[in-house]
Ligand binder design. Structure first.
Ligand code: PMP
Length: 417
């Protein structure tokens, strides 16, 4: 029995899917300790948008460390934080005419969501938050309460309340009729429904099955929030930072979120950082009211600032749109070839997916793909959806090679079915 099995908690998950001991990685490739090569179509679920060990970030980190840069500083001001904030303002916010205050929360996505929910409740003095079917917002209690998946929820051990659950766009054929019903109820003083503190939504539900919301539906959610002075929160933790072909996933959609949750890719190198973007009028925290030891790690600031260089022009985002289009076409062709009308393809930009409709089929495809040197994740109900999410910087040839492996794995599964 190896040390992982002997000593590490039963809670471990991904290592069971990918039984290898990884050692080295470069851009979209990962190598195990025996030198086997894997193409990474998982990219740390959106952390590794710029690939493994991107040279410019690595160099900046080495330089910072060599110069004895401050590694940890709670929420004190540092030169590294100044550089990051200035880059975020100059490259991301100002060109988009966005005015957000930046709150550095604890370093994982769920910390950002907790801060968002807490702030929305504080600002409005209300308790309920509207969340959607298949939502995934994190594992700490507040974020878990707005998450949909029963397996995760059942592990909470305490009631997960304070949430109104509505169908996401297209859920079970539902459109904005459920929003309409909520609107009616909120206008009716005898409905028993009180106005919520916030609506929290993902524009693409990545963990929930790569469910893509339409601009129209998202605007309707925002409009309902505005009508009742509820805050409109976009959780851009997995599909922000360029994944959909724009920096924020909600750009060019007529959306103007009050709070934006970000994490994963924002640290650039795979270093943990999470932020909550707050419209200035809602930045109603008193000093130190929401705190944490690891709010903004300087190494993440150093790499994260370098990562923002990718967004100084449209080059990377154009590539994301092109490669995303190619991924979609290839998946649609595979679906047509092998899906017997049972599979569907969904996605935006470089988060694409093939829904097999069956968790066992998707798990078998994942295993076959792994055996052939491809790391791919599953998501959605029972893990029935294969999520294709390579680093945005993946080389064309490697992308094609990975899609070929996926095609072979799916063809094998279709033949066995
Ligand atoms: N929100 C979304 C949309 C996510 O995809 C995730 C992580 N999968 C989280 C929140 C939670 O982030 P973390 O795991 O870093 O706490």
């Amino acid at each position: 029995m190896d040390i992982f099995e002997r000593r590490e908690s039963e809670v471990r998950g991904y290592c069971r899917l990918y039984p290898a001991v990884f050692d080295k990685a470069e851009n979209a490739l990962q190598f195990d300790e025996d030198g086997n090569r894997y193409i990474d179509f998982f990219a740390g679920a959106g952390v590794l948008n710029f690939g493994h060990n991107p040279p410019a970030m690595k160099e900046a980190l080495i330089d910072y460390l060599s110069a004895n840069g401050v590694a940890h500083s709670l929420d004190m001001s540092t030169t590294a934080k100044r550089t990051f904030l200035s880059a975020f303002e100059n490259i991301i916010l100002t060109p988009r005419s966005l005015d957000y205050k930046v709150q550095f929360t604890g370093p994982t996505g769920t910390n950002s969501v907790e801060a968002a929910l807490k702030l929305a409740r504080k600002v409005t003095g209300r308790r309920q938050v509207v969340a959607f079917t298949h939502a995934y917002h994190g594992m700490t209690l507040g974020a878990l309460a707005v998450t949909g998946n029963a397996k995760f929820r059942n592990a909470a051990g305490v009631p997960l309340d304070g949430v109104i659950r509505l169908p996401f766009d297209g859920y079970a054929g539902a459109g904005d009729t459920s929003l309409h019903a909520l609107r009616e109820a909120l206008a009716d003083s005898s409905s028993g429904m009180e106005p919520p503190a916030a609506f929290i939504v993902e524009t693409v539900q990545a963990e929930g099955g790569v469910n893509v919301a339409s601009g129209e539906w998202l605007r309707a959610v925002q409009a309902l929030a505005r009508e009742h002075d509820s805050l409109f929160i976009v959780d851009d933790i997995q599909v922000g930072c360029g994944r959909t072909g724009t920096y924020f996933s909600f750009e060019d959609m007529g959306l103007d979120p009050d709070l934006v949750c970000m994490a994963k890719g924002i640290g650039g190198f795979g270093l943990a950082m999470a932020v909550l973007l707050i419209k200035p009028e809602y930045d109603q925290w008193s000093p130190g009211e929401h705190t944490g030891t690891f709010r903004g790690q300087n190494l993440a600031f150093v790499a994260g600032a370098r990562a923002l260089d990718y967004f100084r022009d449209d080059k990377l985002l154009r590539e994301v749109r092109d490669k995303g289009g190619r991924m979609h076409e290839r998946l649609a062709a595979i679906m047509k070839e092998h899906g017997r009308g049972r599979w569907t393809v969904r996605g935006r930009g470089m988060i694409q997916s093939l829904d097999t409709g069956d968790g066992q089929v998707a798990a078998a495809v994942l295993r076959r793909a792994f055996e052939r040197g491809l790391l791919i994740g599953t998501c959605g109900t029972d893990g029935r959806v294969l999520k294709v999410m390579p680093p945005l910087t993946i080389e064309d040839g490697v992308l094609d090679e990975g899609l070929d492996i996926l095609r072979a794995a799916l063809a094998g599964e279709a033949a066995d079915a």
